[in-house]
Write a protein that binds this ligand. Structure first.
Ligand code: RIB
Length: 280
């Protein structure tokens, strides 16, 4: 079984689903309210587990009721949470998410305890791959890049400055088109593969500026795009580490990401391997 370590965030997502997203300064009413486990790190950990990997999550939560809610699906999904730390000084991370009927969203994150995940907390076990994102301190990501020996994947989301050594070290960098534009020429420092996602238009996998694969997702009824990028990232890393070809791995990741858009909420929407195979 493929073993994956995820270093990243845990949030409780408070989700309002409305007809449309508000413009700045506008109030939209009539929404349905939901609470779901989320956070890019937690989503990627559970996505990898549902796709069949053996997953361990290194993260920080607060000592509060939200922590139990935020970790419940990871626990039920078999993710190893032994290295998740409950800290005194911060509350569990919270994401306020507005979702429109079209499936588009807006997210504001209050990181809380995710700010507390520092290098000294990381006892990184040996594994086939490590996946991280940028909702935890960047020095922690730099430390993981330096000390982990296996396949290293970084999802550069949300976009923020990272040490160039992280880009140089990464075997796989994942960005969406907005993040790709934000990073611009600095992505030229990447020595490994870069996957760029374009929503319903699919994704491209490149290395040294050359295309390795291009794929389009299957057509699905989009309900909520939250965690589609997280699912894509986990699926691509799992498939590449399993030894799938770049084209097969990208097809698999696009189908997994599409599947995640068909249900409301981050973690409730993460597909199993069987669900992805049915879409392919
Ligand atoms: O990528 C989706 C995630 O981003 C949400 O679950 C939310 O918690 C934010 O971190």
């Amino acid at each position: 079984m493929t073993s994956i370590v995820v270093v990243g965030s845990v949030n409780l997502d408070i989700v309002a689903t409305a007809d449309r997203l508000p413009a700045p300064g506008e109030t939209v009413t009539g929404a349905e309210l939901g609470r779901y486990p989320g956070g890019k790190g937690a989503n990627q950990a559970l996505a990898a587990a549902r796709l069949g990997a053996d997953v361990c999550l290194l993260a920080c939560v607060g000592k509060d009721a939200a922590a139990g809610e935020a970790l419940a699906m990871l626990r039920a999904g078999g993710v190893d949470l032994a290295a998740c730390i409950a800290v005194d000084e911060f509350a569990t991370g919270v994401a306020l998410i507005s979702v429109a009927k079209s499936g588009e969203n807006q997210i504001v994150v209050a990181p809380g305890a995710n700010r507390a995940l520092m290098p000294e907390h990381l006892a990184i076990p040996a594994a086939d791959a490590l996946i991280c994102q940028l909702e935890v301190p960047t020095e922690t990501i730099s430390y993981a890049a330096k000390t982990f020996a296996g396949f290293f994947c970084v999802n550069l989301a949300p976009a923020r400055r990272v040490d160039v050594t992280v880009l140089q070290r990464a075997d796989l960098v994942v960005v969406n088109e907005t993040e790709a534009a934000w990073y611009g020429d600095s992505l030229a420092a990447c020595n490994g593969m870069i996957a760029t996602t374009y929503g319903a238009a699919g994704a491209v996998l490149q290395k040294n500026g050359e295309d390795l694969a291009r794929a389009r997702p299957p057509r699905v009824q989009v309900v909520d795009t939250t965690a589609a990028g997280d699912t894509f990232t986990a699926a691509l890393a799992v498939a590449l580490v399993e030894g799938q070809s770049p084209q097969d791995a990208l097809n698999f990741a696009c189908a997994a990401g599409a599947a995640a858009t068909t249900k409301v909420g981050a973690q409730p929407s993460l597909p199993t391997r069987d669900e992805v195979m049915q879409l392919l």
